[in-house]
Write a protein that binds this ligand. Structure first.
Ligand code: HEC
Ligand code: HEC
Length: 386
């Protein structure tokens, strides 16, 4: 819990329009936007083509807000509109959301790195560092467990909490951000177009950011196109055997769905009761956890665009993909929360055996998960850079 609070506190200090009275808007240039907004409302999500993929239809509609027909258009509680997401894009990259106009969401989430920042831990306002590594933002709409400790359960929740967590904490602070943005000329039109009123409110800030975040989709990698070469195909088979039971589903992560191995499920140990693992587990990074995450466990993260998001793990401790594969094949530590897949019948650590050639094949497969469309699409780019 401690780390969550520290993290939130840090983000309060980054984004809240703080105690200072002399809040001024800096001389920033106007965002450059297209005549007609980009198409955000057509959410191009991946098809269920992967063995072991959790089909979206199995995810209960109240947890995930995509309609069962999964046409990517109708969201049960928050609708992505072109105007809302356009506004969200500007807010996402606007440093004026921070107290000293130095940090935007985009400072820690870079499009060309699948919205991570290439650092082990991120630098915030006044150079303070975050406790955890910035996360990729990829198809968050199919995740019902967000953040490294899965503390947020969906974008439904994100539209109210995490985005606020990222920008404020305590409504009395948010009104200062509202005041500040109400003095920024370009927001009047953008808020008007998105929500029918030019007045900046924290609800609309939050909603617009959520719409933009929800619109970030990846479905055009080589994997999605399905044309593998021989090495990649060998890697795919090996990946399914050795990694696929955790990194599963459309996003190669564990959905926190009912019945799923890492979701709300029957308690295998006692044979009774329900447990909620929130799509998290422990892979033995250390003997004693220095960051407790969710009860000693961390979210099974997406592997889409994984070759763009080094360094790896919640604390960015592993620099390269080779380090990751070496971890699974020879460095797993006996943590009390260690996943049962990494233990033998006597409870001793059991690593994933992979020889050099197998690692090379898995790596080739992981490369097929890179989606160049997502990382170059102008609709996700920084409108202040031109
Ligand atoms: C100072 C760096 C920093 C800034 C600024 C920042 N983030 Fe983050 N972001 C992080 C870190 C670190 C995490 C992981 C935090 C954790 O798990 O505790 C994260 C996680 C996320 C996630 C969760 C992704 C997932 O799949 O679970 C989303 C979504 C997100 N950020 C959106 C935003 C938005 C929107 C903003 C601006 C309002 C923002 N971030 C600003 C560093 C930052
Ligand atoms: C028992 C479940 C499990 C298995 C099996 C598993 N992983 Fe993971 N993986 C995780 C979890 C949990 C994390 C995050 C751990 C953390 O940060 O503490 C993770 C993290 C990763 C990361 C870093 C992601 C990032 O954004 O930093 C990569 C890469 C990765 N795994 C690849 C693999 C590969 C390749 C295999 C098979 C050789 C594999 N995993 C097998 C659960 C698993």
């Amino acid at each position: 819990m401690k780390s969550i609070h520290l993290y939130l506190l840090l983000l309060i200090s980054i984004f809240s329009a703080c105690e200072q009275e002399d809040i001024t808007t800096s001389e920033v240039k106007e965002p450059k936007l297209p005549e007609q907004p980009y198409d955000y409302k057509t959410l191009k999500l991946p098809l269920n083509t992967h063995p072991g993929m959790v089909t979206f239809n199995n995810i209960t509609p109240d947890i995930i807000m995509i309609d069962p027909a999964f046409n990517g258009q109708s969201l049960s509680s928050m609708k992505v509109t072109d105007e809302g997401a356009s506004l969200g894009r500007v807010l996402f990259y606007d440093k004026q959301l921070s107290i000293n106009n130095t940090i935007a969401c985009g400072t820690c989430h870079h499009q060309d790195k699948a919205f991570t920042d290439g650092l082990a831990v991120s630098k915030g306002f006044e150079g303070k560092t975050t406790d955890r590594s910035s996360m990729a933002i990829i198809n968050p709409i199919v995740q019902n467990n967000l953040f490294w400790d899965s503390r947020s359960f969906s974008i439904q929740d994100l539209s109210l909490k995490p985005v606020q967590n990222h920008i404020e904490m305590g409504m009395e602070k948010l009104h200062r951000l509202e005041d500040k943005l109400n003095n920024v000329e370009y927001y009047r039109t953008l808020f008007e177009e998105a929500y029918g009123s030019g007045r900046v409110t924290s609800e609309h800030i939050s909603l617009a950011l959520s719409e933009f975040v929800a619109s970030i989709t990846s479905s055009n990698s080589k994997f999605d196109q399905g044309n593998f070469n021989e090495l990649e195909n060998r890697g795919r088979v090996l990946f399914d055997q050795k990694c696929g039971s955790c990194h599963a589903g459309a996003n190669f992560s564990a959905e926190d769905g009912p019945g799923g191995e890492y979701g709300v499920s029957f308690d295998n140990i006692t044979g009774t009761g329900i447990q909620n693992l929130k799509g998290t587990t422990n892979i033995g990074l250390e003997v004693v956890s220095s960051d407790q995450g969710f009860e000693g466990k961390f979210r099974i993260p997406t592997l889409r665009n994984i070759m763009l998001t080094a360094p790896y793990m919640h604390d960015g401790r592993l620099k390269t993909i080779d380090d990751v594969l070496d971890h699974y094949s020879s460095n797993i530590k006996p943590n009390v929360h260690l996943d049962k897949k990494f233990k033998d019948a006597q409870g001793r650590v059991k690593m994933i055996s992979m020889n050099f050639a197998e690692k090379e094949a898995i790596k080739a497969f992981l490369h097929t998960l890179t989606d160049y469309t997502m990382i170059t699409d102008p609709k996700y780019s920084d409108p202040f850079k031109y």
